[in-house]
Design a protein around this ligand. Structure first.
Ligand SMILES: Nc1ncnc2c1ncn2[C@@H]1O[C@H](COP(=O)(O)OP(=O)(O)OP(=O)(O)O)[C@@H](O)[C@H]1O
Ligand SMILES: [Mg+2]
Length: 304
């Protein structure tokens, strides 16, 4: 049975020059336990899709249905790891996770069980040494790890992750990717992850949803990743299927969907978009050079 379904989703953002249609005609069905990645150029609407599923945005047309019920507001069964971690600055790492755990488990876990569960989830992301530090006392990557622990600790039906590993160094990123694969295999929760990293998408996903450029962005192509699990990044580096999938995604991004250039979009935020595009230019040149690399730790990405 379809677990989550987006049907004919369009969204208009109000702007001073009238409504800006960011997404149009987005259709997507996701099964329970599936790991789906969203990939596409910067500004195409990936975060908007995630925010719609999270219940933070409302579709202008169409809608989102989870287990037969229309999504209209946020809920603890859909935990979000935001693009820029969103920890409460006056709470420690432990307390940030505790807040979410209390919200979900206050009637089912004892105090001692909650404490153990909070510590367990912070341990998973290697934060045990900094349980009582506040966000301003830890690095960006550490804050992101606390955000991931907080989402995992809610045991959500759907884990929504917006570039969760983007700000991390390669080793921590690889470690967390492996942890996420293990956790997901154990809990069988549905994951929707936005990434700019082609290797990360292939390594982690059951399906990769490739989005067209905006405005009025939509699902361009969907790639099934038929690689058995558990997946090992070292073994996959030499796997022809792995490299085929990687090539498919790169070809979609750089041959079928050109990077948006200044002046070819009616973006709601043209100044911001132009700046992004200019800043991305050297990266784009680098991206076009297809470098073989160890899955997940990499290099081939759609934006810096
Ligand atoms: N609240 C908003 N008001 C107006 N326009 C918006 C709003 N949120 C997003 N947009 C516009 O909608 C489009 C999609 O934005 P979104 O943040 O979903 O892109 P993205 O694919 O997540 O990009 P990135 O990879 O850079 O994070 C962009 O053109 C953006 O300017
Ligand atoms: Mg985004």
């Amino acid at each position: 049975m379809t677990h989550l379904e987006l049907t004919g989703v369009a969204i208009d953002f109000p702007t001073s020059r009238g409504p800006f249609r960011a997404l149009d005609g987005v259709n997507l069905k996701i099964n329970q336990g599936e790991f789906v990645s969203l990939i596409g150029h910067s500004g195409c609407g990936k975060s908007t899709v995630l925010n719609l599923v999270a219940g933070l945005y409302e579709a202008t047309e169409g809608g989102v249905v989870l287990e037969g019920k229309e999504v209209r507001e946020p809920g603890p069964e859909r935990a979000v790891v935001f693009q820029n971690h969103s920890l409460l600055p006056w709470l420690s790492a432990y307390e940030n996770v505790e807040l979410a755990v209390k919200q979900v488990f206050r009637n089912t876990k004892s105090r001692a069980e909650m404490k153990e569960w909070i510590e367990h989830n912070l341990e998973l992301v290697h934060m045990s040494h900094a349980l009582h530090k506040r966000p301003d006392e830890i690095s960006g990557g550490m804050k992101q790890r606390v955000g991931i622990a907080r989402a995992l600790a809610m045991q959500p039906k759907i884990l929504l992750m917006d570039e969760p590993f983007g700000a991390l160094d390669a080793l921590t990123r690889a470690h967390l990717q492996d942890s996420l694969m293990e956790i997901q295999a154990r809990l069988n929760n549905t994951v929707i992850m936005i990434t700019h990293d082609v290797d990360e998408a292939v390594l982690l996903s059951d399906r990769i949803v490739m989005m067209t450029n905006g405005p009025a962005a939509t699902v361009g192509e969907i790639l099934d990743i038929d690689l058995e699990r558990p997946r090992n990044r070292i073994e996959l580096a030499d796997d022809v299927r792995y490299n085929h999938y990687r090539h498919e995604v790169l070809s979609f991004l750089y041959e079928k969907q050109h990077k948006p250039v200044e002046g070819d979009s009616q973006s709601a935020a043209p100044a911001q978009k132009a700046a992004k595009t200019a800043a991305d230019a050297p990266q784009l040149a680098q991206d076009m050079h297809i470098v073989k690399s160890t899955p997940g730790e990499t290099t081939a990405s759609t934006a810096a």
